[in-house]
Design a protein around this ligand. Structure first.
Ligand code: ATP
Ligand code: MG
Length: 369
C-alpha cells in the first residue's frame, strides 16, 4: 500500500497544500517549527482516526480557521481510495470514497501506518497506558472489531464505576452489579484474547529482530501481564468466567474504592532484556534499540496478517540512531513507502537510494526539490 496524494486545508500551520509522493522514500526536511511533523500527523490521523500528539481535533485546526480538511489518496494493489477527514463546526466527518464512515472502527485498516518518533521511548519508560496504546492501535488496524470492543469496554467501565459510586448513596442498586460484571467480562475477555495473541507474536518476531540488531548479544522478551491466569489466555469463555468470579470476590473492596479493579484496563506487558526489566535496568541506547525492534516487528506483523506493507512514518528518529541501526532500519524497509522527517536534506544522499523525493517545508509551505 502507498499514499499517492495528500491535500491539507487549514490543518495546523498549513493553509492549503497538495502534493504527490514517491512510492518509496519521501524525505520531508526543513528547519524546526516549519510543519514537518504536522505532515506526519495528518497521515497518521487518516490511518487511526486520532492524532498521535493530541486527542483533540480542535487543536489541529489552523488558528485562523474553524474547520480543517485532510484528504489522502491511497493506492492498494492499483485500487485507489480517497480518505477524507473533515472537522467542521466542532465535529469530525470521515469519508471513504465520499461515503461517510459511521464508526471510526470502519476507518481502521484502510490506510495501514506505523509511526516511529523519539517519544516512542516512553512506551518503555512510562506507565502502562502508553504500552497499552501502542498495541491497541496496531491491533485495531488489523482487526476493526477489536477497536469496537475497546470502545464498548471503556463505555461499560465508566458506567460500572459510576454505579459503584451510586451504590454508596443507594444500597439497593447493588442488585444490578451482577449484570455489569457479566457485561464487562464479556467484552473484556475478547480484549484479553486479542492482546495475548498479538503480544505472543510480537514476542516471537521482536526477539529475532533484536538478536540481529545486537549481534546476538541481547535477548528481548515481552511478557503479557493481566489479572487472568495465563493458561486460560486462549479461551474467551474461561477468561470471562474468571473475570466474573474475581469481580464477585473483590466486590467489597471495589465498593469501598468505587473503581473497577479487575479487567484489561489495568493490563500491562513487561519488556525484558537479558532477563532484566528494560525499564529499570536498560541504558538509553538499549531502550532505543528495543523500540526499533518493536516497530520493525509491528511492520512485519501487519505484513503477515494483511499481506500488505503499512506506510512507515519516521519522525526525527534517524538522527537518534547510530550508523549501524540506521542501516539496519533502512535495509528492513526497502519494500515500504516511507516518510522521513529531518532538519538536513543531506542526511540522505541520492546515490544511496532510488525513488527518493525531497520535500522542503518552510512555514507551512511545501516545495518539491
Ligand atoms: P521540529 O523540527 O521542531 O520538530 P516541525 O517542522 O516538525 O519542527 P511541526 O511540529 O510540524 O514542526 O509544526 C510546528 C508549527 O506548527 C509551529 O510553528 C506551530 O506554531 C504551528 N502550529 C501548530 N498547531 C497549529 C495550529 N493549530 N494553527 C497554526 N499553527 C500551528
Ligand atoms: Mg517535528
Amino acid at each position: 500500500m502507498h499514499i499517492e496524494e495528500l491535500e491539507l486545508e487549514n490543518f495546523r500551520n498549513y493553509k492549503s497544500v497538495k502534493t504527490s509522493f514517491s512510492n518509496k522514500i519521501n524525505v520531508i526536511y526543513g528547519e524546526n517549527a516549519q510543519g514537518k511533523t504536522n505532515i506526519i500527523e495528518s497521515i497518521f490521523l487518516c490511518a487511526s482516526g486520532r492524532s498521535h500528539r493530541t486527542s483533540k481535533d480542535a487543536e489541529l485546526v489552523n488558528v485562523n480557521s474553524n474547520n480543517f480538511n485532510v484528504k489522502i489518496i491511497i493506492n492498494k494493489n492499483n485500487e485507489k481510495k480517497l480518505i477524507d477527514y473533515q472537522y467542521k463546526s466542532g465535529k469530525k466527518v470521515i469519508m471513504i470514497n465520499e461515503i461517510p464512515v459511521k464508526k471510526i472502527g470502519n476507518l481502521m485498516g484502510n490506510l495501514l501506518a506505523v509511526i516511529f518518533s523519539p517519544e516512542d521511548i516512553l512506551i518503555i519508560k512510562e506507565g502502562p497506558s502508553l504500552r497499552r496504546r501502542f498495541i491497541d492501535i496496531t491491533i485495531s488496524q488489523l482487526q476493526p472489531s477489536y477497536f469496537y470492543n475497546l470502545q464498548q469496554y471503556n463505555k461499560i467501565l465508566i458506567q460500572r464505576n459510576n454505579l459503584l459510586k451510586e451504590i454508596q448513596k443507594n444500597k439497593s442498586l447493588i442488585e444490578t452489579m451482577e449484570i455489569w460484571d457479566e457485561k464487562i467480562s464479556e467484552v473484556g475477555s475478547r480484549i484479553v484474547v486479542a492482546r495475548n495473541k498479538f503480544l505472543k507474536n510480537l514476542n516471537k518476531i521482536s526477539k529475532i529482530k533484536h538478536y540481529k540488531l545486537t549481534n546476538n548479544c541481547e535477548e528481548l522478551e515481552i511478557q503479557y501481564k493481566t489479572n487472568i491466569e495465563e493458561k486460560k489466555f486462549d479461551s474467551i469463555d474461561l477468561i470471562e468466567k474468571e473475570m466474573i468470579e474475581k469481580l464477585k470476590r473483590i466486590r467489597n473492596i471495589e465498593l469501598k474504592r468505587c473503581v473497577t479493579l479487575i479487567g484489561p484496563h489495568r493490563d500491562d506487558y513487561e519488556i525484558i532484556l537479558n532477563g532484566m526489566k528494560l525499564k529499570n535496568f536498560g541504558s538509553q541506547g538499549q531502550q532505543r534499540t528495543a523500540i526499533l525492534s518493536l516497530k520493525l516487528s509491528e511492520i512485519e506483523i501487519i505484513k503477515n496478517e494483511t499481506d500488505d506493507y503499512p506506510v512507515l512514518l519516521l519522525d526525527d528518529v534517524m538522527s537518534e540512531l547510530d550508523k549501524k541501526r540506521r542501516e539496519f532500519l533502512l535495509d528492513s524497509i526497502q519494500d515500504i513507502q516511507v516518510f522521513i522527517t529531518c532538519t538536513e536534506k543531506d542526511f540522505f544522499s541520492k546515490n544511496e537510494f532510488n525513488d527518493i523525493l525531497y520535500l522542503n517545508i518552510q512555514e507551512g509551505n511545501l516545495y518539491k526539490i
